[in-house]
Design a protein around this ligand. Structure first.
Ligand code: PLP
Length: 376
């Protein structure tokens, strides 16, 4: 049981379960010291202490995104910056690469914001190839492409560096990247790959509580934003940029989450971003080996995503006949472990493990041992 009490000095005393039982593909499990950072007192958001907090986090954030650009922090869920990407980055017509529920959402946002949008669909479980995207861009004039890096619904990793190359080969076209389950878990080179806009949310591989979205815009997107009539107020990137240059945010930031971010960035810097990528790769490989072992032992388990296109942060397993996602997640819950059922159309046929954020292979092994018993 988790509970919090106050002692006589108004100190908060919290009892919570041991780390390593909660493997949803978002929100992910948050370390106690990161949660505790949120207990710091309030400060005003137009004063020097807040400016120092914001300025102080920029170097570590740039290291996470591998960029020399400023990293914007929005007090919203990740979907907010998906909308920002579209409102600021699209001129007229957008090509949306769709291979699961989250990339479908990007397409729906483009339509809802009033742009002409076409979906380039591949079957659930597949990635988009550069050839396919290059062909679509030759067939019709688009000025922007939306894409999800790590499709959390299927565990598929899109080849973002290659896709960015063909998008830029098509001329004045920008690539708008949802890397919500990529950034801080999968390699992302924002500047080297020339990602025009890339975003994430706090509650995935950054292993923070939900409520913040983080993103980087290259100059071509900011230039478009300055011209965009319908960019609105809350997700106006021109405003984000203007305020961040003064180490501020346009509106009241979710201060408690900023405190948590500050502590978590110190932890990420101590591990090193490449070390973090390597740890995620090891957890994913462990899942793939385990599925093969289980299959050999007579429990046919598959990994939905094909080799070479598997996310290091989330694995979507196909289940043996007669077993359903909700039944498996319920049996695991009875043992004190949380994983995700399938998402959307894949709800019954699959389960998903979010091995992202601060989990380790040892904790994952403990989960897989339980899951093996549930499935056998
Ligand atoms: C979780 C997720 C989102 C949505 O994030 P919210 O914080 O719920 O808005 C978008 N894209 C991907 C790939 C995700 O995994």
């Amino acid at each position: 049981m988790t509970h919090a009490t106050l002692d006589s000095d108004e100190q908060i005393v919290v009892t919570r379960p041991r780390f390593g039982r909660f493997f949803l593909p978002g929100p992910t499990e948050v370390r106690a010291e990161v949660l505790a950072a949120q207990l710091r007192p309030m400060i005003g958001h137009r004063g020097a202490p807040m400016e120092a907090l914001i300025a102080g986090m920029q170097p570590a954030l740039r290291a996470v995104f591998r960029t020399a650009r400023p990293v914007y922090i929005a007090s919203s869920s990740a979907t907010g910056l998906m909308e920002a990407a579209v409102r600021n980055g699209v001129r007229r017509r957008v090509l949306s690469l769709v291979n699961g529920a989250f990339s479908e959402r990007f397409y729906q946002i483009a339509q809802a914001c009033g742009f002409e949008a076409d979906a380039l669909r591949v079957p659930l479980g597949d990635a988009h190839t550069p050839e396919l995207v290059a062909g679509a861009l030759r067939g019709k004039a688009y000025d922007a492409v939306t894409v999800v890096h790590s499709e959390t619904a299927t565990g598929v990793l899109n080849p973002i560096a290659d896709l960015a190359r063909v998008v830029h080969d098509a001329g004045d076209v920008v690539i708008l990247v949802d890397s919500v389950t990529g950034i801080a878990g999968a390699p992302v080179e924002t500047d080297a790959w020339a990602l025009d806009f890339v975003l994430t949310g706090s509650q995935k591989a950054l292993a923070l509580p939900p409520g913040l979205a983080l993103g980087v815009a290259q100059e071509p997107v900011l230039a478009r934003a300055r011209e965009a009539k319908g960019r609105g107020i809350y997700f106006d990137l021109v405003e984000f940029d203007k305020y961040l240059s003064k180490h501020q945010t346009p509106n009241t930031p979710a201060l408690s989450l900023f405190y948590a971010l500050q502590v978590q960035l110190e932890r990420i810097a101590a591990e090193g971003i490449e070390g973090r990528w390597a740890r995620h790769a090891s957890m994913a490989e462990r899942c793939w080996e385990w599925a093969d072992d289980m299959t050999q032992r007579g429990v046919p388990l598959g990994v939905l995503a094909p080799p070479g296109f598997r996310s290091p942060t989330v694995t979507c397993f196909t289940l043996p006949p007669g077993t359903t996602g909700p039944a498996v997640t319920a049996a695991l819950a009875a043992r004190g472990f949380t994983i995700g059922a399938g998402y959307g159309e894949l709800k019954d046929a699959t389960i998903r493990i979010g091995h992202m954020g601060d989990h380790t292979v040892a904790e994952l092994d403990a989960l897989l041992a339980q899951l093996a018993e549930v499935l056998s």
